[in-house]
Design a protein around this ligand. Structure first.
Ligand SMILES: [Zn+2]
Length: 460
């Protein structure tokens, strides 16, 4: 059943063996049937006594429940243990782009819902694969492209649509999915075997220029807001933008953060510039998150990932950074390798006088890309966890895959939501405990989420 079953079975069989030995002796000593009831009574009591004695000899029964040394298991046994942990533990993912995938796929409120209750041929997320991987609470990303910021009202309108589409998934498949607005909701859904669909809004542009919209989106069920996306917005500067419109968090942005604190919406600092990150840490009254950011050490110069200084700042704040699985987030060698592949393809098309849409070209591109793209490994993902753990400890790191949001850049062995156990297995191989995996899976993000909820409750 779980990893503790081995020692239990050992104790049980020991006790059984010794009782059998007594049984044979006594039956040999006396064949008088009338003694048999007393004999059986004695044997049963003896079994309890033996178990008690064994427990006492070992210190206590609790000590019998020692976890196995995962580092000494075979790869197959370790993957089995990792799968058991993923299945029996709440697994939260900070960022899954299913709403965006539905929108790109042409699914709108006017059309039928994308059926993720069954295995879908494309994408990284659906119910069967989530169940296989032990994923229980993927934060649905209500993603607003920066282009919407140019049109007043367009960001809020899109957020409303994506929220309604997410709610529709839960309403259409109530035996598989449920909305979730708190850690308590996730726990209740988990107990029922349902996959929770908490929501985070990716890009504070949805708030437009009206602070009252923070309360509006809290009512709509949004539980984190990523302050910016690709471009600077009214709240602050973004990591992908070099304009430095505000030099960090704007005055309006500081008010937005205060309002999010007051209402109980987590502040998400993925996508913001370093200056916005520092400013937000300085003004927030509660721990923050980075819903899908990795470690900058492995991608030098990539501001979208977190520097050691920011990781330390986040740990001091009591927050959690959730590691992104996208290739560009994991290794700069991936970004360089894909650039080389792209360049080769362009040259090859020119040399062969073929257009990209030609069937011959398509086949070549597909084969060449598959062969020469340096996809990151599960080991590289584990390196990101190791780095955070060595720098600040196990309490500040979680999972923020960005599934359905990073295209075909995912690591070999982590291509979709069914593969979390591969990562867990690698972490166990490196000496992480079951408790460590629980912190990564949900305890760290629940600590932050609960602190945010508690602070909001204290403000009422
Ligand atoms: Zn993102």
């Amino acid at each position: 059943m779980d990893s503790n079953s081995l020692p239990h079975r050992f104790v049980a069989s020991l006790s059984l063996l010794s009782s059998r030995a007594f049984e044979d002796d006594f039956i040999g000593l006396s064949s008088k049937r009338r003694y048999l009831p007393y004999l059986y009574f004695w044997m049963i009591m003896n079994r309890f006594f033996l178990l008690g004695a064994l427990c006492a000899a070992l210190g206590s029964c609790a000590s019998v429940k020692q976890a196995p040394d995962y580092t000494k298991l075979t790869a197959e046994e370790r993957l089995q243990a990792a799968t058991q942990i993923a299945q029996s533990t709440i697994v939260v993912d900070g960022h899954v782009d299913l709403p965006y995938r539905m929108k790109v796929g042409g699914f709108t409120l006017k059309r039928e819902v994308l059926d993720v209750s069954v295995r879908t041929p494309d994408g990284n997320f659906d119910y069967p694969r989530a169940k296989a991987g032990g994923l229980d609470a993927p934060f649905m990303s209500i993603y607003i492209p920066a282009a919407n910021q140019a049109i007043p009202g367009a960001s809020k309108a899109l957020a409303d649509t994506l929220i309604a589409m997410t709610e529709r998934i839960a309403a259409t498949f109530p035996d598989k999915f449920a909305m979730a607005y708190s850690p308590a909701d996730v726990r209740v859904n988990f107990a029922k075997g349902l996959i929770s669909l908490p929501m985070g809004m990716e890009n504070g542009a949805g708030i437009e220029d009206d602070l009252a919209n923070v309360a509006y989106f809290h009512r709509r069920g949004i539980r984190y807001i990523t302050l910016t996306h690709g471009k600077d917005n009214l709240i602050g500067d973004a990591s992908y933008d070099t304009t430095a419109t505000h030099g960090g968090l704007s005055d309006y942005g500081a008010k937005v953060v205060a309002e999010m604190n007051r209402l109980g919406i987590m502040v998400d600092l993925s996508h913001v510039s370093d200056n916005t990150f520092r400013d937000a840490l300085a003004v927030t009254k509660v721990p923050v998150i980075a819903s899908h950011s990795s470690v900058r050490k492995f991608t030098p110069g990539f501001e979208r990932n977190m520097s050691d200084e920011l990781i330390q700042g986040l740990a001091k704040n009591g927050g959690v950074m959730m590691i992104n699985f996208g290739g560009a987030f994991l290794d700069s060698a991936y970004t360089e390798g894909t650039a080389q592949v792209r360049e080769h393809v362009v040259n090859w098309l020119a040399e062969n006088n073929l257009s990209r849409s030609d069937p011959r070209a398509q086949q070549y591109i597909q084969e060449y890309t598959a062969k020469f793209t340096p996809f990151p490994t599960v080991e590289r993902v584990a390196d990101h966890f190791d780095h955070v753990v060595k720098l600040v400890g196990i309490d500040y790191v979680g999972l923020g895959s960005d599934y359905d949001g990073v295209g075909d850049s995912l690591p070999t062995g982590l291509k979709d939501v069914s593969m979390f156990p591969n990562l867990f297995s690698e972490l166990l191989r490196r000496g992480y405990s079951k408790e460590d995996l629980e912190k990564i899976s949900y305890k760290n993000i629940f600590r932050v989420w609960q602190a945010v909820e508690d602070f909001a409750a204290s403000q009422k």
